[in-house]
Design a protein around this ligand. Structure first.
Ligand code: NAP
Length: 350
């Protein structure tokens, strides 16, 4: 059990990211001080929305540069704080050329780097880590091995590797390493958030994030001919942000937390968009035949093994522990997708 002094600044790594930006905003709105790390203070495109928050909240927000791959990079930021929320990690699933360098090294070494800083800085009491359901399972076919095809926090992804689902592999290695490092000491505890696919309005106008890009592709006709018949868990970015803050400030919070509102077929996203926006967007109206996904899937980053192991396979994610341990509640996916589309429209992204 750890009570965090809410007068001290909270560290958020990867502060310019899609999820982290909401964490930063909510913390500031609650009156807390925040130290957010970004890769470059000169990258105005990436940090414009944080600079707007800084204008609004003044000295309550401090932006600092830190890189996951640079030893000691986070020491100064963490000095004198009790709560560190570590979100920074590369998140992309397509166009991977060197999975070790692009995904595993920053995820794994970055986690080591941040947690070693926490070991050096004696004030730290709690670390909240953004992991993923990708550290719980890899392909949907893996659900055939668990009771009721339902994954819980007890499960670990055992089937990803550098060539198959390397992003999921990077998240699995990073979370495992975090638990190993945590177990070697008693001063700080670790609470882990494992979100499914995160959607909902972005605070920035960036389009390079995987979640935002997925919605853009859905709306702009990239999937016009159809989508793979695969089930996915979805969750609102604002609920994921709240989960991190609850994980930080709930003294008894413990362990891993599947953070997912609902599992629906990919086509369900298009259905919700259509119900709310009519014919305004060129969303898919059906599933692609599996044989066709084998042929065209590779052009969209879907390998043959992905197609074989995910299309038509069951998937359930049990989110009960996030509700009981953190008191988290979930928005409906209707609200999530509608707000996401509206934000993209008002930001001029579609
Ligand atoms: P995002 O917007 O791409 O954020 C990733 C963050 O990591 C960015 O701030 C990025 O910095 C930072 N980062 C990447 N490489 C770095 C490096 N070498 N040094 C320092 N910072 C680095 O993606 P997101 O969706 O918010 O993801 C945030 C976290 O949530 C990740 O750990 C991801 O694995 C996890 N997650 C995401 C989802 C989802 O569906 N979005 C689901 C489950 C878990 P820049 O801003 O400089 O690029």
């Amino acid at each position: 059990m750890k009570s965090i002094n809410s007068e001290l600044p909270v560290v958020v790594t990867g502060g310019s990211g899609y999820i982290a930006s909401w964490i930063v905003k909510y913390l500031l709105e609650e009156g807390k001080s925040v130290r957010a790390t970004v890769r470059s203070l000169k990258d105005n495109k990436k940090i414009a929305h944080l600079l707007e928050l800084k204008d609004q909240f003044k000295d309550k927000l401090t932006l600092l540069e830190a890189d996951l791959l640079q030893d000691g990079s986070f020491d100064q930021t963490i000095e004198g704080t009790e709560l560190v929320i570590h979100t920074a990690s590369p998140f992309f699933v397509a166009g991977i050329k060197n999975a070790q360098k692009q995904l595993v090294d920053p995820a794994l070494q970055g986690t080591r780097n941040v947690l070693e800083s926490c070991n050096r800085v004696s004030s730290v009491k709690r670390v909240v880590l953004t992991s993923s359901v990708a550290a719980i399972h890899s392909d949907n076919i893996d659900s055939l091995q668990v009771p009721n095809n339902t994954f819980t926090e007890e499960h670990w992804n055992t089937t990803s590797n550098l060539t198959h689902q390397p992003y999921a592999y990077s998240k699995t290695l990073a979370e495992k390493e975090a638990w190993e490092i945590q177990k070697k000491q008693t001063r700080w505890d670790l609470v882990v958030i494992n979100p499914s696919f995160v959607m909902g309005p972005s605070l920035s106008k960036r389009l390079d994030g995987t979640s935002v890009e997925f919605m853009k592709n859905m709306l702009t006709g990239v999937f016009r001919t159809g989508v793979p018949d695969t089930k996915m868990g979805f969750v609102d970015v604002r609920d994921v942000a709240r989960a991190h803050i609850l994980a930080g400030f709930t003294p008894n919070a413990k362990g891993r937390h599947i953070t997912s509102a609902e599992v629906i077929p990919m086509l369900g996203v298009a259905k919700i968009v259509k119900e709310n926006f009519g014919k305004k967007y060129s969303v898919p109206t059906g599933n692609l035949p599996k044989a066709l996904v084998y042929v065209i899937g590779p052009f969209f980053g879907l390998s043959w093994s992905y197609t074989k192991n995910n299309i038509g396979q069951p998937l359930n994610l049990n989110n009960e522990y996030s509700k009981s341990d953190l008191g988290l509640t979930y928005r409906s996916l209707n609200e999530t997708f509608v707000d996401h589309v509206n934000q993209m429209q008002t930001s001029g992204l579609i």
